[in-house]
Design a protein around this ligand. Structure first.
Ligand SMILES: [Fe+2]
Length: 195
């Protein structure tokens, strides 16, 4: 066992980066970006979960759509984490860290109706858009134009996901929700989970 296995003997990690816009901006932006990153990971895994477990007559379309969306969501994780490092903060370390920060709920249900999957992901992407718009305002307040410009692209991508999820849902119902699935989705919207 090396002395570095003993946490008390470890030196403070030299993680300071040359950020020139102040400690307050660094702290505020790191906090919101890390929460956003946790949500992005949660949404990525839920989208993959539904990609893996979707079933029914539109299996191929939904399976492929959700895989495309998962790839797009995953592609944002590294740039978000690296923005946090560039502005002097530290970012997520583990799945446990994600679980502590995520605001989007998981869905561990054994079975989810395909239209409810699309509806739930649509609501999650809408929540993500809201968080990104709030984060954008904070970035503007601190003069962080780099993060703000990245967020503009990610907001556009999330809006496209919402659009596709909405249109794909309408195939089965003009409202985008299955009659059978109304109850679970309403429960989900109330924050009580969909299982
Ligand atoms: Fe796959």
């Amino acid at each position: 066992m090396t002395k570095w296995n003993n946490l008390e003997l470890r030196p403070a990690a030299p993680l300071a980066t040359p950020w020139d816009m102040g400690a307050t901006a660094s702290k505020n932006l790191s906090d919101v970006l890390n929460a956003l990153l946790a949500d992005v990971f949660a949404l990525y895994l839920k989208t993959k979960n539904f990609h893996w477990h979707v079933s029914g007559p539109h299996f191929r379309d939904y399976h492929l759509l959700l895989d495309e969306q998962a790839d797009q969501i995953f592609a944002t994780t590294d740039p978000v984490a690296e923005r946090v490092r560039k502005l002097g903060g530290t970012t997520l370390h583990s799945i446990g860290h994600i679980a502590r920060l995520q605001r989007l709920p998981d869905n561990d249900a054994e079975y989810v109706d395909p239209l409810d999957m699309l509806g739930e992901l649509r609501e999650d992407n809408k929540s993500l858009i809201k968080s990104m718009r709030t984060t954008h305002i904070l970035c503007e307040g601190h003069g962080d134009v780099a993060t703000a410009s990245l967020l503009e692209v990610w907001i556009d991508e999330a809006e496209k996901r919402v659009w596709f999820l909405y249109e794909a849902s309408r195939r089965g119902s003009p409202t985008g929700l299955s009659e059978k699935g109304r109850k679970p989705l309403e429960r989900y919207r109330d924050g009580r989970g969909s299982s």
